[in-house]
Design a protein around this ligand. Sequence first.
Ligand code: PLP
Length: 477
Amino acid sequence: MAVVMSSAIASLGIASPSFSSTHPKRHGLPQSTPRTSVRMSVSLDEKKKSFSLQKSEEAFNAAKELMPGGVNSPVRAFKSVGGQPILIDSVKGSRMWDIDGNEYIDYVGSWGPAIIGHADDKVLAALAETMKKGTSFGAPCLLENVLAEMVISAVPSIEMVRFVNSGTEACMGVLRLARAYTGRSKIIKFEGCYHGHADPYLVKAGSGVATLGLPDSPGVPRAATIDTLTAAYNDISAVEELFKSHKGEIAGVILEPVVGNSGFITPKLEFLEFLCKITKENDALLIFDEVMTGFRLAYGGAQEYFGITPDLTTLGKIIGGGLPVGAYGGRRDIMEMVAPAGPMYQAGTLSGNPLAMTAGIHTLQRLKEPGSYEYLNRITGDLIQGILEAGNKAGHAMCGGYISGMFGFFFTEGPVHNFADAKKSDTAKFGRFFRGLLEEGVYLAPSQFEAGFTSLAHSLQDIQQTVAAAERVFQRI
Ligand SMILES: Cc1ncc(COP(=O)(O)O)c(C=O)c1O
């Protein structure tokens, strides 16, 4: 794990990026950027265009009359950073274009799935082929076998897998399974971790719940959360205490093995080792929610990266290559509880549909090529080091870190080991930084409490441009 404070980097000498309506797709530039090439998507002598979000503003005002808050997922609404969201017209590689024609280097990556870059040519071609045969069968297909084999051979804990349609569904399924297998009801989750929006997990949750500062959600009955126990992340004694006071009642412990939903927070290795030990000693199950970290930190996810094998794992995002997907899997004896092999019921109309399977297969094939994670690690390291260096130089107290293609930083000196530490960050300053970068053509997650993501399509030039933009923004916030 790499945690970077500031250290010197060479002066980058990059000229200002300009906004441009030039679209590489339409100009026949390489569609799949070679990993090590330096791509100039925005030519420096191109005419600068003034930054306007007029069309986005108008469309968002209309959207607010049509959909709650104008969006279909809360964090997209920019509530914690101020201003209005931009509406996206298209994506390619490391870039996004909004409906006003502004171009952005994107570090959200559709919240994780776009690890090989947006709209990868091979994925799109494979999808077009699959689509000729139909979009959904509602019956088994060979593509499910292919992706299942790829997931099982990659992820150490997974001997059998069930595909679903989202990370939320995966986490709902895994909870029911842990309860069915152990015959117990209680579950331990950690403050600031997000496991989707199912009732039992909406207790001290991260992501949008943390971003919007919501205590719990109305509409969640007390009965649904009565068996949810919480502890601070990285806090061994709090977990010990819960196992002591609820002896024989705890079905499992679920966690983000690297937190992305309170900002980027790494686990202490001894914390993961301890969770492994205490769950074993108490006949409870250890569940890694790898919806975000799966295939991102390493091909085998956080469990490969840290060398800790949980009993059960949830996946999502990357394994669908940008189409809706989720999965849960684990030890064969546990998974055989799932219907129709066993009595634990869980189902889905579109589960394992051929399009999601196809996008997942081709995304994983690309990721498996040698050097993928080394490349992600290198560019993400350069990025976070450059940002922290620039921030510190401009007099801002900051800390941050990264692993492979996942990163984050806080406007506090740190260290940040849990959600309470993360909340010490100056979120108003983050908002100013976010909006400054947006105007410079860089799109970060619109919340301090979300991790950032790089992709194989991010070039060294992208990183340098981003750091140069950050240097300018740090001067004026
Ligand atoms: C760790 C984790 N678990 C579960 C989920 C829920 O996934 P979805 O949004 O696909 O329902 C997310 C979403 O960001 C996540 O980061």
